[in-house]
Design a protein around this ligand. Structure first.
Ligand code: ATP
Length: 363
């Protein structure tokens, strides 16, 4: 029986910077399950690359433990070098060698690996890796004559020829233009699924993280702020930072009242998720996604959780319109059907369904 493909415990890494220490990774722990895409998501500088580099063995952490498939690769006094970790890596700059053919690029890791791999076996494994990334038939083409998306797939094939236990991807799509990036996102996700390879993925792009991951760890200042499935992260953000970083959110401060209600400056609101936790009188932050807000052009009778405001702006964005509504001091962003007839200056009513309100404790 093998262990968890990847377990990281209490990982710490600091860097000296002008006399001070930047704590790039501050007590990070997580486990990646067999066949899963686990994503480290966060803004620039939050420590995701340092974490991934520590897993790869490219960085020596100051503390903590890293276990790959049951083998301790990093612990006090123990450090297994990258080439002896069972991993494949694809970075932002794919590191494709332009002067080599597709075949030679993909074969490279096997040619330098020890113990030596027989020529026939190399050919067999390269063919199968290239087929897996849909590059069969391109073997003799020079790498420079591939499109951006094909180069990205070649980098993936090269990471896979050694049949690693774990695939590490660091912003692998960020060099592609927007359209190709979107296509490759789907392609990479289905390749990962076909191959069933356990993957640790690093990105600052929330859409990429939401669409490709089994689970996400949102990182903030060297720590994991929240871990969960894409739906949990998006629909039930645990902190203001997570709600703000992942998607657009409307915030409303309030105080817990009796009976699962929260008093806010625009009235008392029912919050489905607030009934169980928290004490009356506690300060909370309510978070509501733009698409969760139902906009009414006349006051809906007998509907709870309705606030009223004035339309500031209606922005057509293709498949929907973003309607900005001023409610007191704040402007609410709401996402509506493109058929919406409201215009600037109109009075509208915003219904906030109780089950679509996230309650965040101690804002
Ligand atoms: P990005 O998306 O910009 O790569 P990140 O979330 O991956 O950011 P890291 O690259 O892990 O973040 O960096 C975390 C912190 O550690 C940052 O403040 C960064 O400046 C610092 N840092 C990273 N590597 C080094 C280094 N080699 N020397 C000094 N400081 C470093």
């Amino acid at each position: 029986m093998t262990g968890t493909p990847l377990a990281v415990e209490g990982l710490r890494k600091g860097f000296a910077d002008r006399g001070a220490t930047v704590q790039a990774v501050d007590d990070v722990g997580f486990q990646v399950r067999e066949g899963e895409v686990y994503t480290l998501l966060g803004p620039s500088g939050c420590g995701k690359t340092s974490t991934l580099r520590a897993v790869a063995g490219l960085e020596r952490p100051d503390g903590g433990r890293i276990v790959i498939d049951g083998t301790v690769v990093t612990e006090a006094g123990r450090f297994v070098p990258p080439e002896r970790r069972d991993i494949g890596m694809v970075f932002q700059s794919y590191g494709i060698w332009p002067h080599m053919s597709v075949f030679d690029n993909a074969a490279f890791p096997l040619r330098v690996s020890r113990p030596k791999v027989a020529k026939k076996e190399i050919a067999r494994r390269v063919e199968s890796a290239l087929a897996a990334v849909h590059l069969a038939g391109y073997e003799s083409r020079m790498a420079t004559r591939l499109s951006g998306g094909q180069q990205q797939r070649l980098a993936l094939a090269r990471a896979l020829v050694r049949r690693p236990k774990l695939l590490l991807l660091d912003e692998p799509l960020s060099n592609l233009d927007a359209k190709l990036r979107q296509a490759m996102r789907a392609e990479l996700a289905s390749l990962q699924q076909e191959l069933g390879i356990t993957t640790l993925f690093v990105t600052h792009d929330q859409d990429e993280a939401l669409s490709m991951s089994g689970r996400i760890a949102v990182m903030q200042a060297g720590r994991i702020a929240q871990e969960g499935t894409p739906r949990e992260i998006y629909q039930r953000p645990g902190t203001r930072f997570v709600a703000d970083f992942v998607g657009t959110t409307n915030f409303l401060e309030g105080t817990r009242a009796a009976g699962g209600r929260v008093e806010t400056p625009v009235g008392a609101l029912d919050v489905a998720s607030g009934a169980d936790g928290g004490k009356t009188g506690e300060q909370v932050l309510l978070a509501v996604r733009p698409e969760a807000v139902r906009l009414h052009l006349s006051e809906p009778a007998g509907t709870p959780n309705v606030i009223t405001g004035e339309v500031e702006r209606v922005m057509f964005v293709g498949e929907c319109v973003d309607c900005h509504v001023r409610v007191g001091e704040t402007v609410w962003v709401t996402r509506q059907d493109p058929g919406l007839t409201a215009a600037s200056g109109d009075t509208v009513w915003l219904e906030l369904p109780a089950d679509r309100i996230s309650v965040i404790g101690s804002p």
